[in-house]
Design a protein around this ligand. Structure first.
Ligand code: GCB
Length: 601
């Protein structure tokens, strides 16, 4: 049970469920490429540390001018302070920098209702628990700070003026994913786009398109929302450049939470598309039409499998020349932009990368779209980070849901080759049970990708050994020999002691380097020491046959509460580039030289 004070109170005191999570992956809608009304912009805002708003039901307040009110209000959702959406409140005012708790966002929403249409709200991400209210009614809540969620508003919208309220709570608790202690900043708020989609009565809820494992056909799964019970219909799938125009039968199978039937269909079409790869990031337009609805996507076709200690992309062994990245910005926090993502990928190209590890939570979906176009392979993960509550059923439910949500969001992206189910979790029985089940979830929703986790070295035996490994396709290893583990020679011993039966990717290694005027010239925290750690690491790792890639920690310095020594000053300084995203450190060149050499192999 969480230690959050809220959870000690019974839900009924608030009339809204505090710990439910009904806006989960089942509520998803395929929105990519669809037109929407942006609800970004200025929202009324109020922090609410004591959760007074839930007790006093702020969400029931009706617009009224102050003179017409019959009682004094403690919050005014219609007047007062405003913030931009998307944003993280920590970045807006100094008084909100370390604020953890609930905050209310309110905005007016004018809609000219069309009787046949359906209306769906999409919140790209809100950290961490987001309760949605519309015209005074609680519509549901979502857990997980980095995945999108959807609320059907159709039944709740009035013609003309409506009021939408989001209560976002970023309190860290022991039972959340991640839990209280992390090595990145706890940015609260609604920090990705908020949009309203207008959809026909029967709409395309989901489409999953991929190359079959044998590479001889394209497999497609389709889900339609709104079919009447027992009815079936057809959808048309087109890939014009491959001459594909295939009808798919969709049959209604189950009622969803919102009481509308979901129909599913599947097909397999013989095809021989050009293969997507970093060297040839070929994408095809895919169009799906069902009744009045039509969606388009740009999809790359490739296979990715493990064979012994090899990773095979389209049947060919591949070495992952990677770098880890956070979603973090000195000025914007976790809010990202096209320009920011393009700069990240351009720096990765300059390093000679063909691969990135998106740590430690799902990044903005635009990253995978651009990686598809520019030719990068991606590792995506969920924040099952360090010692989360592996005993708790609700923690598992939350982790599993976050995993499902990122998979449903990004499983048409050829760039994504790995789903990772956790990072540096101690090898206990409960962790093994918990994470093994997550590997099953990943394979259930997407059998076409590799499953990994960032594991630890068995330091007692100086060996790569983790009971989870047999459930993984790729063993990620985080090791900091030369830094936290001072004796870098131990890495050589580990190499000799280990004989894994599957590929190992060094998911992290690195050292802090403060390249500002405050940084030392030599020794710990100096740029030169950091570069030396890179030289030594590369020297040893390149000799190990079973190592099939690496993603050192990390591309940019990033903000974090727990790093406060004179060199860190609130930042983790293991970036190859400083937090300004411009100034390169010496280690950048060391890694770039290695990767450019590996490219030619
Ligand atoms: C790790 C963590 C990462 C930290 C990094 C560090 O092993 O996975 O989140 O930021 O080490 O710098 O200590």
């Amino acid at each position: 049970m969480a230690e959050n004070a809220l959870t000690a109170l019974h839900d009924e005191q608030y009339d809204v469920p505090l710990n439910s999570q009904n806006l989960n992956h089942h509520t998803m809608v395929f929105t990519k490429g669809r037109e929407s009304v942006s609800l970004n912009g200025s929202w009324n805002f109020c922090v609410d540390l004591l959760d007074t708003g839930l007790r006093q039901k702020w969400y029931e307040l009706q617009p009224a001018s102050p003179a017409d009110r019959t009682e004094p209000w403690d919050y005014d959702p219609f007047m007062g302070e405003t913030v931009p959406v998307p944003s993280n409140w920590a970045m807006l005012k100094e008084k909100w920098y370390f604020f953890e708790g609930s905050a209310w966002y309110t905005r007016r929403l004018d809609v000219a209702i069309q009787p046949e249409e359906r209306y769906v709200l999409r919140v790209g991400a809100a950290q961490y628990d987001c309760k949605v209210f519309m015209n005074g009614k609680f519509l549901g809540n979502h857990y997980g700070g980095s995945t999108p969620f959807y609320v059907e508003l159709t039944e709740h919208l009035a013609d003309g003026e409506n009021w939408l309220m989001l209560c976002v709570n970023n309190t860290r608790t022991l039972d959340r994913v991640p839990m209280r202690n992390t090595d990145w900043f706890n940015y609260g708020g609604v920090y990705r786009d908020v949009e309203l989609f207008t959809l026909p009565g029967i709409f395309i809820k989901d489409m999953f398109v991929r190359l079959s494992e044998d590479g001889c056909s394209i497999e497609v799964d389709v889900a339609l929302d709104g079919l009447e019970g027992g009815k079936s219909t057809t959808a048309l799938l087109e890939v014009p450049e491959l001459g594909i125009a295939q009808h798919i039968t969709v049959t209604q199978e189950a009622a969803t939470r919102v009481g509308i039937g979901v129909g599913r269909g599947r097909c397999c079409i013989a095809a021989d598309p050009e293969r997507w790869s970093p060297a040839n990031p070929r994408l095809y337009d895919v169009v799906l039409t069902a009744g009045d609805d039509r969606i388009t996507d740009r999809v790359g076709f490739r296979t990715i499998v493990r064979d012994g200690v090899d990773i095979l992309l389209n049947g060919e062994p591949v070495w992952l020349r990677g770098i880890s990245v956070h979603e973090d910005d000195e000025a914007m926090g976790k809010v990202t932009s096209e320009e920011d993502i393009r700069r990240r990928l351009a720096h990765a190209k300059e390093l000679g990368c063909n691969y990135l590890r998106l740590a430690h939570y799902p990044h903005h979906e635009r990253v995978a779209e651009l990686a598809d176009e520019m030719g990068f392979m991606l590792w995506q993960e969920i924040p099952v980070y360090w010692a989360i509550d592996f005993e708790s059923e609700s923690t598992f439910k939350d982790a599993k849901n976050q995993l499902a949500e990122v998979i449903f969001r990004d499983r048409n992206r050829a760039s994504v080759i790995i789903w990772s189910v956790g990072n540096e979790n101690p090898d206990t029985d409960s962790r093994l049970r918990f994470m093994r089940k997550l590997t099953e979830t990943a394979r259930l929703h997407d059998p076409t990708r590799l499953v990994a986790a960032a594991c630890l070295i068995n330091h007692a035996k100086l060996k790569i050994e983790d009971r989870l490994a047999e459930h993984l396709d790729v063993i990620g290893i985080n090791e900091y020999y030369g830094w936290y583990d001072e004796n870098i020679e131990d890495l050589r011993t580990i190499g000799e002691n280990s004989n894994p039966d599957r590929p190992v990717v060094i998911s992290e290694t690195g050292a802090d380097g403060d390249n500002t005027c405050h940084g030392p010239v030599t020794g710990w925290f100096s740029e030169s020491y950091m570069a030396e750690v890179y030289r030594q690491q590369i020297g040893m790792l390149r000799e190990l046959e079973y190592i099939k890639g690496m993603s050192p920690w990390i591309l940019y310095d990033f903000r974090v509460e727990r790093r406060q020594n004179i060199y860190q000053r609130g930042f983790n300084r293991k970036g190859l580039i400083s937090a300004d995203k411009r100034t390169k450190k010496e280690a950048f060149d060391v890694l770039a030289a290695f990767y450019h050499e590996m490219k030619d192999k």
